[in-house]
Write a protein that binds this ligand. Structure first.
Ligand SMILES: Cc1cc2nc3c(=O)[nH]c(=O)nc-3n(C[C@H](O)[C@H](O)[C@H](O)COP(=O)(O)OP(=O)(O)OC[C@H]3O[C@@H](n4cnc5c(N)ncnc54)[C@H](O)[C@@H]3O)c2cc1C
Length: 450
């Protein structure tokens, strides 16, 4: 039987709180009856790592999916895993690393559920090589108001492509089958390059990213003039046994990372400002090696350096922060430069600024990745000029034929959404047939009129 209570929810950025009723439902519920009974609407919520309002529904209910976390089937010969949708990437890494398998795609945190990874079609540092998460998903069990449907890319391409990146609006993902990546160790062999400016880092990435499975650049958002966009580029691949020696060979496949501290909820808003961020950026840039080849890092510290501090989002204070991530096609490099100029000129310090290159888009109607450059910015809420700065960035992105990432969005307009996602009408038509009453909805889908 369902237990129900009310919660104030936010996304990871801690902006836009909304009150929703929590539902803990058995995975084998009578879904059509259950969803039809939820007339004020419902949204699935995983670990709440989307940044704003995608996993909450003010005045409605949310289904806590994290109680569904069982492994249903695993074939070590093929690496194919069937698992319930509330299981996290962290759980998969801990359970399957020892058997020599890793997730095929991981975002910058492993505290993400399978359902959240499919609904946002998340990407990692390997998009240029391996595509996004749903490129590795073979089937999805989806609960809809019409019943539970098993979706496969080839058998039901329309609904599969609407669900991958569909922000949970086509139904509740109950479980999925995905192909894991075989690894010899839970270490990564990493090359680092510190570059003097944005031109240098972009040309290094263009020329050499194809040699690496993983590539990501941290960018100093406040550097100006000839240092505009100075960066630290880290690239690598899973280390083979032959790459390891000494200490690393004792337990090469061990994956047991710890969270060493949890940030207390005592930080006032404003601690992260252009001065503190400038100081941090200077330190980070200087402490990084100018050039390093073949350093061995544990996968947890390479992929998820932020996960070592629990609840680190609290350091932005009670007003929270906004992540703004866009992608623009190759050939529109000037947008990356111009947006860094705009930030530096406005002294809008982004604490974590990350540049990556995406490979080809998949069929996801609302999937974010497309071939090109993606830049992610973290900006503390509070500065009066911020809304106008974001609007200007939107215009630059649209003019270049790009888009922003809905998993991080807090403020894009309906009109801009239509220009950024050309398949939005197709997506809406599918919702009209699968979710006609918009039983599945969220504060994000209401805000954007999806
Ligand atoms: C530190 C940090 C780093 C990040 N780095 C990246 C990155 O590198 N790349 C990237 O792509 N993203 C990144 N993200 C965003 C994150 O990967 C996505 O928002 C992801 O969807 C969060 O998963 P979740 O389980 O927390 O989902 P939630 O935030 O709980 O939900 C996100 C969306 O998925 C839907 N959903 C969740 N579960 C289900 C389900 N079972 N059925 C149907 N719909 C469901 C929700 O309704 C909502 O629309 C990062 C986030 C953080 C906090």
């Amino acid at each position: 039987m369902a237990s129900e209570n009310t919660r104030i929810l936010t996304g990871w950025g801690r902006t836009a709180p909304g009150m929703s009723s929590k539902l803990e439902l058995p995975i084998n519920s009578d879904w059509p009856a259950m969803l039809k009974a939820l007339s004020s609407g419902v949204v699935a919520r995983g670990l709440g790592r989307s940044y704003n309002d995608a996993a909450q529904l003010s005045g409605g209910s949310f289904i806590d999916t994290t109680i569904w976390n069982h492994v249903l089937h695993f074939d070590p010969a093929t690496g194919i895993l069937k698992i319930e949708a509330g299981a996290s990437l962290d759980q998969i890494m801990r359970e399957f690393s020892g058997a020599g398998f890793f997730v095929p795609v991981t975002p910058g945190t492993r505290q993400v559920t399978i359902g959240g990874a499919i609904a946002c079609d998340v990407h990692g540092k390997n998009h240029h090589k391996d595509g996004s998460f749903t490129d590795h998903v073979l089937s999805i069990d989806l609960a809809t108001p019409n019943g539970v449907i098993t979706l496969k890319k080839d058998d039901s391409p329309e609904l599969f492509n609407a669900t991958c990146g569909g922000m949970g609006l086509t139904g509740v993902i109950l479980s999925a089958e995905l192909r894991l990546l075989p690894i010899e160790s839970s270490y990564v062999k990493v090359d680092t390059d510190r570059t003097n400016n944005i031109d240098e880092v972009m040309s290094l990435m263009e020329d050499e990213d194809h040699k690496y499975r993983y590539s990501v650049a941290w960018v100093d958002s406040l550097a100006r003039g000839s240092s505009l966009g100075r960066a630290v580029l880290t690239r690598g691949d899973h280390a083979s046994i032959d790459d390891l020696d000494g200490q690393h060979l004792k337990a090469p496949l061990e994956f047991k990372p710890k969270t060493i501290i949890s940030a207390p909820d005592i930080f006032p808003s404003g601690i992260l400002n252009s001065l503190t961020i400038k100081a941090f950026n200077e330190l980070w840039y200087r402490k990084s090696p100018k050039k390093e080849v073949g350093a061995i890092h544990h996968a947890a510290s390479f992929f998820h350096p932020l996960d070592i501090v629990g609840k680190w989002n609290r350091i932005y204070g009670p007003k929270g922060f906004v992540q703004y991530q866009y992608v623009v096609p190759f050939g529109k490099e000037e947008v990356v430069k111009d947006s860094l100029e705009l930030l530096a000129r406005n002294r809008a310090g982004s604490f974590l600024t990350v540049l990556k290159r995406f490979g080809r888009a998949n069929g996801g109607l609302m999937s974010f990745p497309m071939e090109g450059w993606t830049l992610a910015l973290d900006l503390p809420v509070g500065s009066a000029g911020l809304p106008a700065l974001f609007d200007r960035l939107d215009e630059m992105v649209i003019e270049a034929g790009g888009r922003v990432y809905l998993a991080k969005d807090a403020r894009v307009s309906k009109n801009h959404l239509r220009l950024m996602y050309p398949r939005l009408d197709e997506f809406r038509q599918i919702l009209d047939s699968i979710n006609p009453l918009r039983t599945l909805q969220s504060d994000l889908s209401r805000r954007l009129g999806i």
